[in-house]
Structure formats: structure tokens, C-alpha cells
Design a protein around this ligand. Structure first.
Ligand code: HMG
Ligand code: MG
Length: 350
């Protein structure tokens, strides 16, 4: 992977890959794309992995207990202090649909701007885009799904209708020079219709790329995926021309398979994973959705594998403790409970 390729996908320029990967551009362009059929990236110590933090958005959107805007801002500051550089801060959606994030305008306007830190926000329509523009965002994520049934519940549209609604949003965002992501939820399974074949998710991903997103993120919205399913989806995505540099995974940990799925993603060459500090999260319109992969669990895994990510585990644990206290409940993450581990002393840390 070249630095240019990482930058294009929205990542910080990182170390060039030490894995020699084929350089055939995928049909959606991008720099060194995974060649059709190429799924081998491997887990290579020293390679850079982007951790895309979704705690303030996905993590808080489904919480019953209201969180003060000042506490959300403090949470985000702690995440920045921990080294996170892409933090999905909130959503510019209907306040009736997601009351917990109805302070998006105030929150976004007041976030500390630091070089190299991006705060993407969820935007479902032109109204959301206008609010985001007024609040001074620098990146957006539009969100659809592999299944009509889920998008109808989530945003009141079919998949086709959602893509039509996103076209002017993404066009305007491109004109403004914003980074753009497109989510494909229910990429592995839908709470309303069951199993989803990879072709269905990939088709939607390709259409998002055609609409101009920088990155497609496949979501295991209700946490039903296992590694073989991740491998299948990625193989199909690469065969269809989606460059690995423009692909991310968003894995809910509802059934404890998220880390195993990350390893499957890493082995296939994926270098961007979403995670939520404290392991919070879930979509209000996806019955059965539970927490995301916890950022602290992901950091521990990547540290152990010797991969570079720029995030400090102790800092993430401090942020996790902070939000756990504000939510008034213990956090679900393994590393949040056990701490890190110092191989020199054999003791837990953090
Ligand atoms: P609707 O009711 O069909 O739309 O909602 P509408 O156009 O009829 O508007 C209804 C009202 O909402 C109107 O207000 C609009 O002005 C207002 P009224 O005239 O009745 O007072 N409105 C807005 N207000 C503020 N900001 C806006 C906005 N748009 C309309 N942007 C809509 C359609 C899409 C707006 C609604 O369904 C919605 O906001 N849904 C958001 C659902 C959501 O946020 N879900 C969670 C995020 S997705 C997720 O978690 C999955 C993910 O994590 C990946 C994964 O896990 O797989 C990303
Ligand atoms: Mg989610």
C-alpha cells in the first residue's frame, strides 16, 4: 500500500506496506488496488492500521440515559488525547429518530480542532448536510444497507431511494472537499430478513463508490458474522473491483465474534476497522444490535500483533472509564475489565 493510497482512503499517511501486493487498480480507481481475486494481505508486524472510532456516535445513539453535551465533548477530547485521529462524533439526523444525538450542531461546533484529527458525522439527507455545513464538519458518512427492510426501518427509504437521496449530498460534500464514507449495513445479516449473501452487500458498495464515496464500510449491524463470512464478503468485494484501501469493516460484537472477524479482515488485507471505546453501541432500528467491537480490545490485539496504529491503550481505557461513569454502568469490553498486560512483570496495566 502506498502512502497516497492510505491518504486517499482517508487514513493518516502511514508506513508503506511491507507486504508486496499486486498493483492492479480496482475498477473504481484508487491507487494500488487489490487485484481481482487478490485477498492476501496478511498480518504483518509494523504495518499501519486505521482505527476509526465510533464511540461518540454509534456508542451513544442508543443509550437511554441522556449524556450532557459537555460530557460528550470531554469524551471526544480524551479520545483525541489517546491518539485517535478519526472520530465519528455525532449524527445530523432527525432528532425524533435519534434523540440522544439531537445536540449535534452544538457539539460539533465546539469540538477542539487539531491538525490531523477528523470528526466525520452521519448525514442521511440534504437537510443533514446543511446542518453539518453550518457546524463546520470536514467529513461525512452516508448510510444505507444491503436490505430494503432494514433501510425502511432505519431511514424510511428503500436502498435505491437512499442512494438517490445521497447523490446530491455526496456531490455537495465533494465540492466542499470533505472526506466521504458510505456504510453498507446488514452486510452479513438483517434483523428483518435473515442471512445476506455477499453479492448483495457488494452491489450496494459498488454503487456508493460510483456516487463518489472515498471509502465503503461494510457493517455487521447485529453482530452475526463469523470469519468465513468475512472472508467470503471480502473475496467477492475484491473480485468486483473494490480496492482494499477503500474498504473498512464495522463489526458489532453482539455474539463475541468481532475480534475473530478483525483477524479475518487483516489477513485479507483490510487496514481500517471501526471500534467504540468502552464497547458501547447499537442501532435503535436494528433489534438485537448490541455493542461494537471495543476500541481497547482492538488496540490490545493490534499491539500484540505488532501493528502500528498510533493509539495508546491507557488513554483509551481512561476514556472508557469516563464514559462508563457517565453512563452509570460497567463496560462490556474484556480489556476494560482486565486492563492491559505488561509482559515484563506479568501484571495487568492501565
Ligand atoms: P422521515 O420522517 O421519513 O423524513 O425521516 P421526513 O423528510 O419526512 O422528515 C420528518 C421530520 O424530520 C421533518 O420535521 C424534517 O424536517 C425532519 P417536521 O417537519 O416533522 O418537524 N428532518 C430532519 N431534522 C434534522 N436533521 C435532518 C432531518 N431530516 C428530516 N437531517 C430520516 C427520514 C432519514 C430523516 C430519519 O429516518 C432519520 O433521521 N433516521 C436516522 C436513523 C439513524 O440515525 N439510525 C442510526 C444510524 S445507522 C447505524 O447505526 C448503522 C451503522 O452503525 C453501521 C452498522 O452498524 O451497520 C452506521
Ligand atoms: Mg453500527
Amino acid at each position: 500500500m502506498t502512502d497516497d493510497a492510505q491518504t486517499e482512503a482517508g487514513g493518516r499517511p502511514g508506513k508503506p506496506s511491507r507486504v508486496a501486493r499486486p498493483t492492479g487498480a480496482g475498477r473504481r480507481g484508487g491507487a494500488a488496488g487489490a487485484e481481482a481475486g487478490s485477498t492476501t494481505g496478511g498480518v504483518v508486524a509494523g504495518e499501519h492500521v486505521r482505527i476509526y472510532e465510533v464511540g461518540p456516535r454509534d456508542g451513544l445513539q442508543n443509550e437511554a440515559r441522556p449524556i450532557a453535551t459537555d460530557d460528550k465533548r470531554r469524551f471526544i477530547e480524551l479520545l483525541v488525547d489517546a491518539g485517535l485521529r478519526e472520530i465519528e462524533a455525532t449524527s445530523f439526523v432527525s432528532p425524533r429518530a435519534v434523540p440522544q444525538l439531537s445536540d449535534a450542531d452544538e457539539l460539533l461546533s465546539s469540538l477542539p480542532r487539531r491538525p490531523g484529527v477528523r470528526y466525520p458525522v452521519l448525514v442521511p439527507n440534504v437537510r443533514g448536510l446543511e446542518r453539518a455545513e453550518a457546524a463546520g464538519v470536514d467529513g461525512i458518512a452516508v448510510f444505507t444497507a444491503a436490505t430494503d427492510e432494514f433501510t425502511r426501518h432505519n431511514i424510511g427509504m428503500t436502498v435505491d431511494e437512499s442512494l438517490e437521496a445521497f447523490a446530491p449530498v455526496l456531490q455537495r460534500a465533494a465540492t466542499l472537499g470533505w472526506w466521504r464514507r458510505g456504510y453498507v449495513s446488514t452486510a452479513f445479516g438483517c434483523p428483518y430478513t435473515g442471512a445476506v449473501v455477499p453479492e448483495r452487500a457488494v452491489r450496494v458498495g459498488l454503487r456508493l463508490l460510483d456516487l463518489g464515496v472515498d471509502e465503503v464500510c461494510f457493517g455487521d449491524t447485529i453482530g452475526v458474522a463469523v470469519p468465513s463470512g468475512v472472508r467470503d464478503l471480502l473475496a467477492r468485494a475484491f473480485e468486483s473491483g473494490i480496492p482494499v484501501q477503500r474498504l473498512a469493516l464495522h463489526l458489532h460484537d453482539t455474539r463475541g465474534t468481532a475480534l475473530a472477524n478483525v483477524v479475518a479482515g487483516l489477513e485479507a488485507g483490510v487496514r481500517c476497522f471501526d471500534a467504540s471505546t468502552g464497547g458501547t453501541g447499537g442501532c435503535p432500528y436494528a433489534p438485537g444490535a448490541a455493542g461494537n467491537l471495543a476500541t481497547e480490545d482492538l488496540v490490545y490485539l493490534l499491539d500484540g500483533l505488532g501493528m502500528q496504529h498510533g493509539v495508546d491503550l491507557r488513554g483509551v481505557l481512561a476514556a472508557a472509564r469516563f464514559i462508563g461513569e457517565r453512563l452509570g454502568r460497567p463496560l462490556s469490553s474484556k480489556v476494560g475489565q482486565a486492563g492491559g498486560w505488561d509482559p515484563e512483570t506479568g501484571r495487568a496495566t492501565g
